[in-house]
Every structure is written in structure tokens, then in C-alpha cells.
Design a protein around this ligand. Structure first.
Ligand code: TRP
Length: 331
């Protein structure tokens, strides 16, 4: 059994893209591996959230992952800042992370370009904190998207550098893990190929959206003026609607609308109405679960406490051993 670890951004509600792209797999994986899932709230401080926003965001993410099916009795689900050992390992790893490699990191360069008024050291050392997250449980499998691969490579570099420096094999090498399946990519409602929060209002359907909001968003989804020839290839925006339909609707529904499209009889209004209703059928139990869990402070605090306890046990062991390797000794 291998150790799998994934960090979850602490901002933003979950949308269908997150659900089908990653969470569905987390839920399966939790029964096959030793899984650590944590909410990366230390990382979120690089953008200076207010104390209220920080807490609310973490809470909402916790609620939604639980509602989606992460079982806190099976996986270790925790909040990063509940495990201060992470901060200590981060400090130690910082000593062997070089300015040059941190400055060359693509995500740092992007951020530095975008938030010119707040290029803080936390942004620069973001990959070190991420390496600490992974190495603290000596995880070998890290389910991440393409945008995180460079960070993961840096985590391997820092782990290997530590091993070389102290002549040990303490840290195993963590690799990206995609469950051995092609990840399902859910497109956006705005004609773009990716559903995402940052792509603008109306592009994403959130698991917590109520039926009215879902209908409104889907009815406004981008389409074209319709096919004029039989079996005409679909424009991206139309392809997108069909692709979302493929994950929430029945095969019969999909082929009905495919036929309508191919014979130029399709009415996009009908297509979208059907999609909206099928999305609602899919998300309603999730939304109800979100509301139920969100109202249960006692449960949430129990989950957080249990997660912190399990995560700290593993983290404290690593930090203790790392301190010994480095040469810290009690007097
Ligand atoms: N950087 C990741 C993201 O933006 C989140 C993250 C933080 C993470 N620490 C991690 C992911 C450790 C995997 C492992 O999505």
C-alpha cells in the first residue's frame, strides 16, 4: 500500500470539473491506498485573506469534500495549519532550496507578474512548503494536474538533496499519480475547454448551486447559430455542452440530441433545458449533503480534530527523524 497525498486549494467552491476530474478518483482511491488529503490554508496566506475569509473558505472546502464522499474515517482529511510540524519541515527544507531555482519556477514568475504589489517570500518559497506537505508523510503518489508538475519535480529535488547531503535514503521520491486513467476534463459553459472558477462568472456549475442558478447558467451557455449541413462537425461550445451531458445524462438522452444535431433539427433551448435538469438531478443530493454537513458544527469539529490527530502522528514522526538526521541532539 502506497502513501498518496493531495493538497486542496482552500479557496473556491467545488464545481463539476473538480468533481469529475479529481474528487471522484479520491473517493475510489481512499479505499486502495493510505490517503492524506489536506486543505492548504498556509499556502493561501500568500494572497493575504482576511481572517473571516480564511476561516470561511477552509470551512466550505472541508464541508464540500465531506459531502462529495471523502470518508474521514478511511482517509486522513486534515487542515494544513493544524499540523505545525509542516512549518518546521518547511523551515528545514528552506535551507537547501536555492534562490535561483525558486525564481525560475513558472508559477512564481506568473504570480510575480500578476501581483506586482505583493511579491512576498511566501510566494517564492511556495514550492518548498508544498514539498514539506508531501515529504512530511513520505508520500510517493501525488494526484496533481499538469500545472503542478514543476512543483512536484521540485519536491523530488529537495528530498533527494536532503538525502544526498546527509547520506541517507530517508525521503522517497514523490511522483504524479493519475489513477491509471485518463482524467476526465469537464469543459466550461462559456465555450472554453476548461470548467474553472477563474474563467469568469457563469462558466462553472458548482456542486452547491441551487436549481434556479443552474438553470440560469446553463441556459446562458454559449452556443452557435446551429448546424446547416447534415453531420456537421460541432463548434467547441456545442461540443462542450455534449461533453457535460455525457457525464450527467443517460446514453439515450445523449444519442437523441446527437441525432437531432446531425439531422439539423436540434433546438439548443431544448438541449440546454435537458442538460440543466440532468445536472440538477446529479447535484441535488450533493447540495443537500453540503447543507446538512454545513449546519453541523459538532461533526465538523470532530472531523478536523480526528484529521489533525492522524496527520500529526505521521508528521511528528518524520520531523523527529529528520531532526536526528540533521544532528539536533538533546542535551
Ligand atoms: N499547489 C497545489 C494547488 O495549487 C495545492 C497543494 C499544496 C498541493 N500542497 C500540495 C498539492 C501538496 C499536492 C501536494 O493545487
Amino acid at each position: 500500500m502506497e502513501t498518496v497525498l493531495s493538497g486542496i486549494r482552500s479557496t473556491g467552491n467545488l464545481h463539476l470539473g473538480n468533481y469529475f476530474g479529481a474528487i471522484k478518483n479520491f473517493i475510489k482511491m481512499q479505499h486502495q491506498h493510505r490517503c492524506y488529503f489536506f486543505i492548504a490554508d498556509y499556502h493561501s496566506l500568500t494572497t493575504h485573506p482576511t481572517p473571516e475569509d480564511l476561516h470561511q473558505n477552509v470551512r466550505q472546502v472541508l464541508v464540500e469534500y465531506l459531502a462529495a464522499g471523502i470518508d474521514p474515517e478511511v482517509a486522513t482529511l486534515y487542515i494544513q495549519s493544524d499540523v505545525p510540524e509542516v512549518a518546521e519541515l518547511y523551515l528545514l527544507l528552506n535551507m537547501n532550496a536555492y534562490m535561483g531555482e525558486l525564481e525560475r519556477c513558472t508559477t512564481f514568475k506568473d504570480k510575480a507578474r500578476k501581483q506586482t504589489d505583493n511579491i512576498n517570500a511566501g510566494l517564492l518559497t511556495y514550492p518548498v512548503l508544498m514539498a514539506a506537505d508531501i515529504l512530511i508523510h513520505r508520500a510517493t503518489k501525488v494526484p496533481v494536474g499538469k500545472d503542478q508538475e514543476q512543483h512536484l519535480e521540485m519536491a523530488r529535488t529537495f528530498g533527494k538533496r536532503f538525502n544526498r547531503m546527509y547520506n541517507t535514503e530517508y525521503f522517497p521520491e514523490p511522483y504524479a499519480f493519475n489513477f491509471g486513467v485518463e482524467l476526465i476534463k469537464i469543459p466550461g459553459l462559456d465555450g472554453s475547454t476548461k470548467m474553472g472558477k477563474s474563467e469568469g462568472e457563469g462558466n462553472a456549475v458548482f456542486l452547491a448551486d441551487d436549481p434556479k442558478t443552474i438553470r440560469k447558467k446553463i441556459m446562458r451557455a454559449v452556443t452557435d447559430s446551429g448546424p446547416t449541413e447534415m453531420n456537421q462537425p460541432k463548434a467547441q461550445a456545442i461540443e462542450n455542452i455534449f461533453n457535460i451531458m455525457k457525464v450527467v445524462s443517460s446514453d439515450d438522452t445523449v444519442s437523441y440530441f446527437e441525432d437531432q444535431y446531425n439531422s439539423c433539427q436540434i433546438r439548443y433551448g431544448d438541449l440546454k433545458k435537458q442538460l440543466a435538469e440532468d445536472v440538477i438531478v446529479f447535484t441535488t443530493p450533493l447540495r443537500e449533503k453540503i447543507l446538512e454537513i454545513s449546519a453541523d458544527d459538532v461533526y465538523l469539529s470532530k472531523v478536523a480534530r480526528m484529521g489533525a490527530e492522524k496527520a500529526r502522528e505521521s508528521a511528528a514522526k518524520t520531523v523527529k527523524e529528520v531532526r536526528e538526521v540533521i544532528g539536533f541532539k538533546p542535551f
